[in-house]
Design a protein around this ligand. Structure first.
Ligand code: PLP
Length: 431
């Protein structure tokens, strides 16, 4: 049996009230905001972290599984990364000329990422995907883009979403076409409809569902035969699936790829990696340029992450931890007859919450997340094992999952699951 913690969330609530008064939408990333958690039950803020544990401003401790929404690969306040950042900080965060550390990190990326023959550094996943699309359009001379799931907040990607369309120019939509992962027929149709006009397909190499019927190779071939570039958006998968990303794991090398989140264990660093032929062809024609692109602290963190990945058994450990969570959680759900499944690959997973008729509803996510957070396990968008989650953390979590599943089952069987909510159910918003 797990224990329900005796918590106050007063400081979190007070801060949020002030934030709503001072910050547009209250926060910088919607998926970190209270709308995507259970208002009244989840903490709204995290004040500090160590390894896989975090503390809210009211002093409550949780085991975290969203890990900064993906970036925290090694753990919060991971010594080797923090030491590298502090060492670089004493030399300067960024200079008036280019820094040698840019070259050092570029060489490491090229050594380890299959499609990386040349790289470019930016700060966010969005700026990397924006840059990759600009490169693809410049290289091919074509305008249309086929895109998969989420790729950031800039115009071409937001324009293909269904919510929060304020400020987007209608015309942009004519050039962006969304497809569902694994739906190769839809892709063929788009290539037929916009024959000779597709600059690129951008997609995550994998999200939760496994690639079916040789999807990734077929994707590569259809791009090649239509003169379009294949861009793997590895902002989430990169460094997590392996040091060379999911492209290395699946053995399919795209023309370009974007990395972000886990590259620097929480420091803001993103990468566009690509074939030399493409990078060289656009070199004198393209404008991608930003003051903080070569900011040295994040590059020092990025180098430290690659060193840890190479010198320690980080990747294997993350996959082992994920396997333990996934297999045991799914076994619990089966034994208890609860329609919750932990899907995905061991290094990147997410819960699929349903009722007994197979329907999904954010209310169902909310009930489970509520019961977990009350017991000290903080869930969110994904389950991202990090190198410093311990076996004890996982055992504690599985114990909590068991109790949360029992409540979930009771809620569904009651016919009125909404009455089990002690706060406001979450509402997923874009980003
Ligand atoms: C696959 C993918 N690409 C791009 C992005 C955008 O990255 P950022 O939020 O760092 O701009 C995200 C963010 O979640 C993402 O999941």
């Amino acid at each position: 049996m797990s224990k329900i913690l005796n918590r106050s969330l007063k400081k979190s609530e007070e801060l949020w009230n002030e934030a709503c008064n001072t910050i547009l939408s209250g926060c910088q990333l919607y998926s970190k905001g209270p709308e995507t958690h259970i208002k009244g039950v989840s903490p709204i803020y995290i004040e500090k972290g160590k390894n896989a544990h975090v503390w809210d401003p009211d002093g409550n401790e949780y085991i975290d599984y969203d890990m900064g929404l993906g970036p925290i690969l090694l753990g919060y306040c991971y010594d080797a990364v923090d030491d590298a950042v502090l060492k670089q900080m004493r030399k300067g965060m960024g200079y008036s000329l280019v820094a040698p550390i840019e070259v050092e990190y570029a060489k490491l990326c090229i050594e380890n990422i299959p499609c990386a023959e040349k790289v470019r550094f930016l700060k966010t996943g969005s700026s990397a995907t924006e840059g990759a699309i600009r490169i693809a359009r410049a290289f091919t001379g074509k305008k249309h883009v086929i895109r998969g799931e989420y790729h950031g907040w800039h115009e071409w990607t937001t324009s293909a979403e269904s919510v929060r369309q304020g400020g987007i120019i209608d015309e942009v939509r004519n050039y962006v076409h969304k497809f569902e992962y694994n739906d190769f027929t839809a892709l063929e149709k788009l290539f037929e409809e916009y024959k000779g006009e597709i600059a690129a397909v951008i997609t995550e190499p994998v999200i939760m569902d496994k690639p079916e019927n040789d999807f990734l190779n077929k994707l590569k071939n259809i791009c090649e035969s239509n003169g379009a570039l294949l861009i793997f958006d590895e902002v989430v998968d990169g460094f997590r699936f392996s040091i060379g990303g999911a492209q290395k794991y699946f053995g399919v090398t795209p023309d370009l790829a974007t990395f972000g989140k886990a590259a620097a264990n929480g420091m803001p660093l993103s990468i566009i990696a690509g074939k030399r032929e493409i990078m060289d062809a656009v070199d004198k024609n393209i404008f991608i340029s930003t003051t903080f692109g070569g900011e040295t602290l994040s590059l020092a963190a990025g180098i430290a992450v690659i060193k840890e990945l190479k010198e320690k058994d980080v990747t294997a450990r993350i996959w082992d931890l994920g396997k333990k969570i996934q297999e045991n959680s799914n076994k619990l759900a089966k034994d208890l007859d609860v329609p919750i499944e932990l899907k995905g690959y061991h290094c990147r997973m997410a819960f699929d919450y349903k009722d007994y008729t197979g329907q999904r509803d954010w209310l169902y996510n909310s009930i489970f997340m509520q019961e977990c957070v009350k017991r000290g396990v903080l869930l969110g968008w994904g389950i991202f094992p990090c190198y410093t989650h311990t076996d004890d953390d996982i055992d504690f979590t599985l114990n909590v999952f068991e109790d949360a599943m029992k409540v979930y089952k009771k809620a569904l069987k009651s016919g009125h699951p909404e009455t089990f909510m002690e706060g406001t159910p979450l509402k997923i918003v874009l980003g």
